[in-house]
Design a protein around this ligand. Structure first.
Ligand SMILES: Cc1ncc(COP(=O)(O)O)c(C=O)c1O
Length: 421
């Protein structure tokens, strides 16, 4: 079971806030590294195992540089993410490019970097060939349709826009082989924020079985199976994190039975997790601006949905700790809000908290993935800085906060004078 605690005291936070004004996200390097090492350790039985960090979860090159040192690759889904990989100096099979509805220029860039290209649709084989040429190694994303249930965030596989059908997988490998592709991988992702380790064992079973069928029918060797992202994290106190060793052991059993049993080893196992890698190690730090008491009590923060969209978008739970009030009785009930002109700009509804006052430091947990990254600029609100708590306790800024100049950078105010109305 997880308790929700902070890696810093109120005094430490005050010292950080004196250098970097709230709101900001801060990431805990030590905890992030320890978790990355645990992940690798759990799959050390599989030669060539690799976790490709889904950079969309926290597209910050400083975090990626740390994860790369832990042996991680990068999973990119867009031009900007490919450029982050390039800036870090990542090349070749360190990069997985898993995109959908992909424009030609992104395929061209992915090919330039030598990334592993994971196609989302059978029609993309010819599209890729036409615009960027075909690589030696190609991967296809499988959508298992009714074989798998899916879950709330990602939906039912048959309704999802992603991936090839079962028949298209056979057809796709046949076509790619005929066009001269020599090396093959397979991918699927059918869950998001899933806490049941059995779910991933079942996914592996489905994918391994398909590998056996495809290999037998088409006489090709599939080198790796990418089991996607989607590993959940315990957002709520009391929830259990996914036991990686338990999950890995279950996948290993399927590997022995289906892959080894059919003479298909070796097969490298890959993941492209985001949330499970950085999610629990990020915190959104903000201050209470106003307490409002009308039909209910509202605690208005200096952060808003721009800094963290998940609660407004999915009704997602994020735990809240009031720094220095950890041991006070939770006698208040608050809607914890931001300042957008949107009533759903709330981090929490009817949350039991200690009595709050303006200037209290409110820390929102588990913002290290799909947190800062998802933000938008509605109402002209600016995205915050990102900080890193280093292993030696030092705090460094790894992204500055946006300024109003950044916000207006795409507008030509000077041209306004000559604009006739
Ligand atoms: C293709 C793909 N891979 C990986 C991920 C990462 O998922 P998670 O952060 O849930 O592990 C996502 C999430 O949107 C995705 O779309």
């Amino acid at each position: 079971m997880t308790e929700k605690s902070l890696p810093f005291t109120k005094e430490q936070l005050e010292a950080i806030i004196s250098r970097f004004p709230t709101p900001f996200h801060i990431y805990d390097e030590k905890a992030m590294r320890a978790n990355a090492q645990q992940f690798n350790q759990a799959f050390s039985w599989n030669e060539g195992f690799k976790e490709y960090y889904a950079i969309k979860a926290a597209p910050n090159p400083y975090l990626m540089k740390i994860l790369r040192q832990e042996g991680f690759g990068i999973d990119c889904s867009s031009m900007a993410e490919l450029e982050i990989a390039e800036q870090i100096g990542m090349r070749g099979e360190e990069i997985m490019f898993t995109s959908n509805d992909t424009p030609a220029y992104e395929f061209v860039k992915a090919m330039e970097l030598g990334a592993i290209i994971n196609l989302d649709d059978i029609s993309h084989i010819e599209y890729l060939e036409k615009h960027a040429g075909l690589p030696e190694l190609l991967c296809f994303r499988y959508n298992p349709g009714s074989l798998k249930e899916g879950n709330l965030i990602i939906g039912h596989p048959e309704e999802a826009k992603y991936g090839f059908t079962r028949e298209q997988m056979f057809e796709g490998y046949r076509l790619a082989k005929a066009k001269g592709v020599k090396r093959f991988g397979i991918h699927t992702m059918v869950a998001s924020n899933e806490l049941d380790p059995g779910y991933f064992v079942e996914t592996a079973e489905i994918l391994f079985t398909l590998i056996a069928e495809i290999s037998a029918e088409l006489d090709i060797h599939i080198e790796f199976a990418n089991l996607g992202g989607g590993i959940g994290i315990p957002y709520r106190p009391g929830q259990k994190p996914v036991d990686l060793t338990h999950m890995s052991n279950g996948i290993r059993q399927m590997y022995e039975k289906i892959i080894v049993g059919n003479g298909l080893a070796p097969l490298r196992i890959y993941f492209e997790s985001g949330r499970a890698i950085t999610g629990p190690y990020g915190y959104l730090v903000s201050k209470v601006l106003h307490i409002k008491d009308t039909y209910k009590k509202f605690a208005g923060l200096d952060a808003c949905m721009v800094n963290l969209m998940r609660p407004a978008l999915y009704g997602a739970y994020h735990h809240i700790t009031v720094a220095g009030k950890e041991n006070q009785p939770v006698t208040g009930t608050y809607d914890v809000t931001g300042s957008l002109c949107e009533n759903n700009d709330k981090f929490a509804i009817d949350r039991q908290l200690p009595e709050l006052q303006p200037d209290d430091i409110v820390v929102i947990h588990d913002t290290g993935a799909h947190g800062h990254a998802m933000g938008f600029n509605y109402n002209g609100k600016l995205k915050s800085a990102e900080l890193l708590l280093r292993e030696n306790g030092e705090v460094v800024q790894i992204r500055r906060a946006e300024t109003i100049r950044d916000y207006f950078a795409t507008l030509d105010f000077e041209g306004l004078g000559n604009f006739e109305v």
